[in-house]
Ligand binder design. Structure first.
Ligand code: GN1
Ligand code: MG
Length: 371
């Protein structure tokens, strides 16, 4: 899609001012994101424009509806809690006319727009414990705000998104079919994935016997989904609400650990630098439990570290499945990209498994002291 066509799309939203420029933004693997800058005589107004991936989100209108519902819900709670000052910093969707918050372009592409404040930034890697603490407070704060929300009102924007057992079964099926003829280049990874079936089995059981409750959760708590304030370096809010739907606290905590505690990128091939940093982990637990101690159940807290193992494993088998299928889901830059990501995530998983006892000790200590 060329710039002129994107300009046409942007013009159909109720943006303030004259549209001056549009450029690509961010590092997501799924949707296309653009920064649009508009100007009036008094102000410059920035917006994030997103084209939602129609392969991944079969019903993109559900993404918009869920985003709208959760934002309304959050604003209502903030008002009730006397935190009006935070409302204006909470994301919102821009109208496109007819009371709608999305548009379809000429080729069927599905778009939405959100205002974007100037003085914020995102990070792809955590460098300081303070960043980790802040990010975890933001995701923990989000969870606390929606703790009583009725998750059943939210349709799944991707059915079985964190159903790790289903993802495992799908991997087994793809291995059997070998559609891209790639099994032989991923022998070790396939063997490791199959050896760890106990990870998806455990969550299946925890959910079936209701040890772990379903809640409304974010489900994509990557570190780059937190907005930080340029002046104070404090976390302002969390973004990318595409997968807000029913889930468990284990998934959200787990994905935070996956994306915050490792200083290397998801596709780093030098595996000697792919490991879980325990200091960063401790900062995450502090921030998260500062918001959620006494809110989450003991069973949830006791299983947080397992949540990290589970989500890293799940991410690895998602990459592996996509590799074996011939790269149909994630954007890739080269043929082995998804395989490299798989190796990377398995290395991270092994690092977590090695440090599990210490991680559990930290969760225990912080949840008991309420520090
Ligand atoms: C995708 O939105 P984005 O590109 O940051 C994916 C997440 C994965 C992540 C891996 C809808 O996130 O679930 O964890 O890539 N989102 C979807 O980096 O599949
Ligand atoms: Mg996303």
């Amino acid at each position: 899609m060329n710039n002129e066509e994107i300009f046409k799309v942007a013009a159909r939203f109720k943006l303030k001012g004259k549209l001056e420029s549009i450029s690509r933004y961010g590092s997501g693997h799924i949707n296309d994101t653009f920064l649009a800058i508009c100007r009036t005589e008094e102000s410059e107004n920035r917006y994030i424009l997103r084209r939602i991936n129609g392969y991944v989100f079969k019903r993109p209108e559900i993404v918009i509806e869920n985003t709208r519902m959760v934002l309304d819900y959050i604003k209502e709670r903030l008002r009730e809690n006397g935190r009006e000052e935070l409302i204006e910093r909470t994301a919102s969707l821009v109208e496109s006319g007819d009371g709608k918050f999305y548009i379809r372009d000429e080729s069927g592409g599905f778009w939405c727009a959100m205002p974007f404040c100037k003085k914020i930034y995102t990070i792809d890697f955590v460098e300081t414990e303070e960043h980790a603490y802040q990010a975890a407070k933001a995701f923990g704060g989000f969870q606390k705000l929606v703790i009583d929300a009725d998750y059943e009102k939210f349709k799944p924007s991707i059915p079985d998104f964190h159903n790790t057992m289903k993802r495992f079964e799908r991997l087994v099926d793809i291995i059997e079919k070998n559609p891209a003829n790639r099994n032989s280049s991923a022998k070790k990874e396939i063997a490791f994935a199959l050896r760890n079936e106990h990870l998806p089995s455990k969550i299946k059981k925890l959910l079936e016997d209701k040890t772990i409750p379903l809640r409304l959760t974010h489900n994509d708590t990557k570190i780059n989904n937190v907005l930080f304030d340029e002046d104070t370096n404090q976390a302002v809010c969390v973004i990318d609400l595409d997968t807000v739907m029913s889930g468990t606290a284990l998934f959200d905590f787990g994905d935070m650990v996956r994306t915050s505690t490792c200083a290397a990128a998801e596709d780093e091939t030098d595996l000697s630098i792919v490991f879980m940093n325990i200091k960063i982990f401790e900062a995450l637990v502090k921030g998260y439990l500062e918001e959620l101690n006494g809110v989450l159940t003991n069973d949830e807290i006791e299983n947080l570290v397992y949540g990290a193992e589970l989500i890293i494993y799940e991410q690895a088998i998602r990459f592996l499945t996509d590799y074996l299928e011939g790269d149909v889901y994630y954007k890739t830059d080269y043929q082995e990209h998804n395989l490299d990501r798989t190796k990377n995530q398995f290395a991270l998983l092994k690092s977590v498994q090695k440090q599990k006892t210490e991680m559990e000790r930290i969760v225990n200590k912080i949840s008991n002291n309420g520090e």
